[in-house]
Design a protein around this ligand. Structure first.
Ligand code: SF4
Length: 266
C-alpha cells in the first residue's frame, strides 16, 4: 500500500531539544513509516503510520525563517521520526534541512535506521562536527523482522555506517532499545565496535501498560514467545530489576577491558 501524506502545518519544524547535548532538534516528518512496534512515539501518534505521514507544507521556506539568527551549533535530527524513512526519497525534507543548516554554518547529529543517509554524504562532509548514528536491537533478522518489519535490515544499516565512516564523518550506534531476554548486548557490541566511534546503550523504556508501544510488544510476545512474556514484563517495568544491574556490571567490564567509547543509559 502506498503511503499518503497529510498536513501538519502550521507547526514549528525546529523545537527545543529534550536531549541533554542539544539545544534544538528538527523533526522533518510527523510519524514514521518504519513503524517499529516498540517505538515510544506510537504513544502520541496522530495517524496510522502504515497509511499516513504528516508533513510541513512549505518546508524549506519555513525552516529558513525559523533558523534565522540562531547561533551556530549542532542540531539533532531523528528523535521521534526517522529522517530517512521512504517518503524522504520523494519529498527530500531531510536533505533540504541539511542544505539549510549547512548554508547557515550549523552541524547535524542524525539518527536513522536507513541507508538512504548515504545519499547526503556530500552535504555532511561540508558540515564539520556532524555525526550519523544507526540504532540496533536484534542480532537475528528473524527477531528484527518481527519487531521492525518495515525498517532496513541490520546488514544494510551496518554497510551504510561503514560508508559514512569511510567518508570521514563521525559515527555512532545505539543499542536501543535493549529488549529484555532478547537483545544480546555482547553480540551487538562486537558487531558495532568496528564501525561506530561511540556506542550508546539504552534499555526499553515504557511508562505504562496502557501505552500503545506496550500493547504492540505484548501482542508480539503472546504470539511468538508467550513463555517469556511474564519475565519480560517484570524486567521492563522495574528499573531496579536484577537483570538491569547485572547487565550494567557486564557492560562496565566490557568497557574497561576493551577501552571502548561505551555510554550506558540503562
Ligand atoms: S525508526 Fe525510530 S522513529 Fe521510526 S518507528 Fe522505528 S524507532 Fe520509531
Amino acid at each position: 500500500m502506498s503511503i499518503i501524506t497529510g498536513s501538519c502545518s502550521p507547526r514549528n519544524i525546529l523545537h527545543p531539544s529534550t536531549l541533554l547535548d542539544f539545544k534544538y532538534e528538527i523533526g522533518p516528518y510527523y510519524g514514521c513509516e518504519h513503524n517499529c512496534h516498540y517505538c515510544y512515539a506510537h504513544d502520541t501518534e496522530e495517524t496510522d503510520w502504515k497509511k499516513e505521514i504528516l508533513v510541513h507544507e512549505n518546508f524549506a521556506p519555513q525552516l529558513q525563517t525559523e533558523i534565522k539568527g540562531l547561533e551556530k551549533q549542532t542540531i539533532f535530527i531523528g528523535k521521534d521520526t526517522d529522517p530517512y524513512q521512504p517518503i524522504e526519497k520523494k519529498l527530500q525534507h531531510t536533505r533540504q534541512t541539511l542544505e539549510i543548516l549547512s548554508v547557515n554554518g550549523h552541524a547535524a547529529c542524525i539518527l536513522t535506521k536507513s541507508d538512504m543517509v548515504v545519499r547526503d554524504i556530500d552535504l555532511l562532509r561540508g558540515m564539520p562536527g556532524s555525526s550519523v548514528g544507526m540504532s540496533f536491537s536484534f542480532q537475528t533478522e528473524r527477531s528484527r523482522e518481527i519487531f521492525e518489519d518495515n525498517a532496513p535490515a541490520n546488514r544494510t544499516r551496518l554497510e551504510a555506517l561503514w560508508k559514512i565512516k569511510e567518508a570521514g564523518i563521525e559515527t555512532y550506534a545505539l543499542v536501543s532499545p535493549v529488549m529484555p531476554l532478547i537483545t544480546n548486548i555482547e553480540m551487538q557490541i562486537n558487531m558495532l565496535k568496528p564501525v561506530a566511534d561511540t556506542i550508546w546503550i539504552y534499555r526499553l523504556e515504557i511508562h505504562s501498560t496502557e501505552d500503545k508501544s506496550w500493547e504492540n510488544i505484548e501482542n508480539i510476545l503472546n504470539k511468538f514467545c508467550p513463555q517469556n512474556l511474564k519475565s519480560f514484563k517484570e524486567i521492563t517495568f522495574n528499573k531496579k530489576h536484577q537483570y538491569w544491574s547485572e547487565l550494567r556490571k557486564k557492560l562496565e567490564e566490557i568497557k574497561n577491558c576493551e577501552k571502548l567509547a561505551l555510554i550506558v543509559e540503562i
